[in-house]
Ligand binder design. Structure first.
Ligand SMILES: [Zn+2]
Length: 240
């Protein structure tokens, strides 16, 4: 559970709505990937120690719930904190606009000029923006945030919960549904296939080459399952 999906920040670089949608998608793939790897490691490990289906189901379900709730809680905390600091920055900006409007106009002019406008155009633009909605202009240009679109921590938490759960369901079902002799093969193969797909998707979403992303992702998952299975087998053999 290392890659907590980051709530999409205000990604101006990728241009507003599309960038924000891509960020959500990337976070969803990462969250699902986490659910696949951690639950697969868990159930494959327990399967090293026992053949009992009820035990496997209990372990897998507990892992699914613990993981998805930990992801959701972590996301809630981190987005709430981010939102609090954005609100504090907006309040500070509001106070400055009230107490020293001239200095704020000069500041906005400088910022726009730094973005490539000529001095006169920057001054004109700053005046118009200030007249229309000074706080929003400062929020966007100076702080890089949109005061109407602060990320909702509950939405971020729900999305994390859902993404992890969807990922975790795959190894959970793969370990409990097939007959006992086939369950390990079915789980390992379906997990590696899912990780290849997740690696490919995240590379595509990030405009990165697909092959290394797939290899890294599949390799990481394979390692996780190998380690937990070895540990589970040792414990099982020792009769713990
Ligand atoms: Zn300002």
């Amino acid at each position: 559970m290392t890659d907590a999906p980051q709530a999409p920040a205000h990604d101006e670089a990728h241009g507003g709505a599309l960038g924000s949608r891509l960020n959500w998608l990337r976070a969803a793939v990462l969250g699902a990937n986490d659910g696949v790897v951690s639950t697969a490691g868990l159930v494959v490990g327990v399967a090293g120690a026992t053949d009992d289906r009820a035990t496997l189901l209990t372990a897998g379900l507990a892992g699914l719930l613990a993981g998805s709730m930990s992801m959701a809680a972590g996301e809630y905390v981190s987005v709430s904190t981010q939102r609090d600091s954005e609100k504090a920055a907006l309040a500070e900006e509001k106070r400055e606009l009230r107490e020293q409007p001239e200095a704020e106009l000069a500041e906005l002019t400088d910022l726009l000029e730094a973005r490539g406008l000529s001095r006169e155009v920057a001054r004109e633009a700053a005046e118009q923006l200030t007249e229309r909605d000074a706080l929003r202009a400062h929020a966007r240009v100076e702080l890089g945030i949109d005061p109407d679109e602060l990320t909702n921590p509950w939405h971020a938490a729900g999305a994390s919960f859902l993404a992890f759960t969807v990922g975790a369901l795959l190894p959970l079902l793969a370990i409990v549904l097939p007959p006992a002799q086939a369950r390990l093969y079915v789980t390992v193969l379906s997990v590696l296939a899912a990780l290849a797909l997740a690696g490919w998707s995240s590379a595509r979403l990030g405009d990165a080459p697909a092959r290394p992303a797939i290899l890294r992702n599949v390799g990481g998952g394979a390692l996780a399952m190998a380690v937990t299975h070895a540990a589970g087998s040792l414990l099982g053999a020792a009769g713990v």
